[in-house]
Design a protein around this ligand. Structure first.
Ligand SMILES: Nc1nc2c(c(=O)[nH]1)N[C@H]1C(S)=C(S)[C@@H](COP(=O)(O)O)O[C@H]1N2
Ligand SMILES: [Mo]
Length: 562
């Protein structure tokens, strides 16, 4: 395990020098994210939510620890088994690293060098741990003359004894521990008998190079820790935080409407109308947040266009920018789920940029790609219909946070994030849904994802205990680009009551709602909510899970009143 840890530490160090994404753990983790069967991934998102990445990384470390322990046991029989095993893991890591979308052959190095370092550490530690088997034990085999009659139940110890320099050990070692190879196999194996490298017991224990082993272990642990930390530190130098801090945001040519005074009902536990950037949910497939330098960022628009377009970040900032309040929603929310947030975005009108490129007839899909190779398919007609679809550069008055797509991301009101909100966007291919497929489509999610009308109860908290008397029930409802017209609430399947609706700047944001005077009586109560959008459609009571195109059903909570 120490050898494995030292190998990983060195791997992190080399990755820090070369490319943080080529770290063996990150590369294997990224590959695991992409290769995981959709059902398992959906379960992970459901179970661990936005901690799924931390859980995955811890899982990898646990699995690696168990494997390292297993290789350690194998190494007791033959150090070569352990070192070969470590090298095989290096090859797995290297394979994962070089097959990532944005990788090169150099990305194999952290895994290979790390594995080499691990194997080397193992061979040193093994020599100190098991000095008895050290002197060229691998050559400890003996040629025997072919037997005419098989020798029954002869231990390898016995048959090898005459030529073995460690033969005395067999007299003190219990037969069971000294005969890992079944005797029959040894005799059938023919004229070469491999002398197994074995642990000795009893009197031989004191012959361990105890001090050497302990210093070796300590050195290995130090290499692991220092390598890992130094690698992380080096990776940090690639952070674009300073570039981000330097960005001067232009004033929008088309500013957002001032928010009406009544957007916020200001109730305790009700999320604010505008979600602060630090509280905004984050969903993406990136284990390491892509660090995209705005100085070298470029957006290429190509495919079914008359004139391919290439935009730099400076080009983008020179365009007439617009501002809009738009609520993003993730398709993986179960009914009442948390992955929704509202922000004021600043950016270039995506339709204008596309018009300059000239979309050819027949094209119905924008296949956008992020710097880390994630892809997203957005219907052309939705983006072109006049809504505030943007190449966004800012969120709530500051440059996009790096985890939310710095320097540029897409924002399209009315579509779930997986079909619209590409972060770190670098490429838009104008194409057709029958010719191209985005990341989530082969993984069981619908190619198109308009946001379903939804509503959620935030107050009181589901499962909480509250005191009897007059109580507010409140939450949010959303039907982006259609708008929310009504929200109704009922308690214990009683009559539906109209909720009071907060103001909204337009149809693209969520809308707070409240029922202010529920008379809560002692006992357990179920509260349900349903919303009606501006087209007159009321949320269906029929439950649907998030896959393939978003959950449906009424959010319902249970509260205990005392
Ligand atoms: N590059 C990239 N962009 C992405 C994703 C991703 O995995 N990679 N996930 C999408 C999904 S599923 C959602 S819901 C939104 C979430 O945006 P946020 O993390 O800024 O809230 O980003 C979208 N953009
Ligand atoms: Mo999402």
């Amino acid at each position: 395990m120490v050898a494995g840890a030292a190998g990983l530490g060195i791997g992190e160090l080399v990755a820090g020098l070369l490319n943080p994404k080529s770290s063996p753990i990150v590369a294997v983790g990224d590959a695991a994210v992409d290769q995981t069967p959709a059902a398992l991934k959906d379960w992970a998102i459901r179970t661990f939510g936005t901690s799924d990445k931390a859980v995955l990384l811890s899982g990898i470390v646990i699995v690696l620890t168990l494997i390292a322990a297993g290789l350690g046991l194998l190494a007791r029989r033959r150090v070569g088994f352990g070192t070969t095993g470590l090298m095989l893991f290096g090859v797995v890591g290297a394979a994962a690293a070089i097959t990532r979308p944005d990788s090169g052959s150099l990305d194999a190095l952290p895994s290979l060098i790390g594995a080499g370092a691990g194997a080397w550490t193992l061979s040193i530690l093994a020599r100190r741990a098991w000095p008895l088997v050290e002197p060229g034990y691998e050559d400890l085999h003996t040629h025997r003359p072919p037997k005419t009659t098989p020798q029954p139940s002869t231990t390898p110890e016995a048959s090898a004894a005459p030529a073995s320099s460690t033969a005395p050990a067999s007299s003190t070692a219990p037969a069971s521990s000294a005969t890992p190879q079944p005797s029959t196999k040894a005799s059938v194996a023919g004229d070469v008998v491999h002398r197994p490298a074995v642990m000795r017991s009893g009197a031989q224990l004191h012959e361990f190079d105890r001090r050497g082993l302990l210093t070796g272990v300590a050195a290995g642990v130090v290499i692991a820790g220092v390598g890992g930390l130094a690698g992380r530190g080096l990776a940090g130098r690639l952070s674009v935080d300073t570039e981000r801090a330097r960005i001067a945001l232009p004033k929008p040519v088309k500013p957002a409407k001032a928010l009406p005074a009544g957007v916020d009902l200001r109730l305790k536990d009700l999320p604010p109308f505008t979600t602060p950037n630090r509280d905004f949910y984050r969903i993406d497939t990136a284990l390491v947040i892509p660090q995209v330098d705005p100085k070298t960022w470029k957006l290429t628009i190509h495919g079914m266009v008359d004139r391919p377009v290439e935009l730099t970040f400076a080009d983008l900032l020179k365009r007439p920018l617009m501002e809009a309040d738009v609520t993003l929603t993730c398709v993986s929310n179960d009914v009442g789920g948390p992955y929704i947030g509202n922000a004021r975005w600043l950016g270039a009108h995506l339709a204008d940029v596309l018009r300059e490129a000239g979309i050819r007839s027949g094209a119905d899909m924008l296949l956008s790609t992020s710097a880390d190779g994630w892809t997203c398919g957005t219907p052309v007609d939705v983006v072109m219909d006049g809504r505030d679809a943007m190449l966004a550069v800012a969120m709530n008055g500051e440059a996009l946070p790096v985890s939310h797509g710095f320097p540029v991301r897409q924002v399209v009101p009315g579509l779930y994030g997986y079909v619209s909100a590409t972060k770190w966007v670098t490429d838009i291919k104008v194409t057709r849904f029958d010719q191209d497929e985005a990341y989530w489509t082969p993984r069981g999610w619908a190619p198109k994802g308009p946001i379903k009308t939804g509503s959620r109860i935030d107050v009181p908290r589901g499962g909480s205990t509250i005191s009897a008397g007059r109580t507010a029930i409140a939450g949010v409802a959303w039907a982006q680009h259609r708008g929310i017209d009504a929200v109704e609430v009922r308690v214990d399947k009683g009559p539906w009551r109209q909720a009071r609706l907060a103001e909204v700047p337009g149809p693209d944001t969520w809308r707070q709602w409240a029922v202010d005077d529920w008379q809560a009586t002692p006992g357990r109560h179920t509260i349900e909510v349903r919303a009606t959008d501006a087209t007159g459609q009321t949320q269906t009571a029929d439950y649907a899970p998030p896959t393939p195109d978003g959950s449906s059903g009424w959010h319902s909570i249970l509260v205990v009143v005392k």
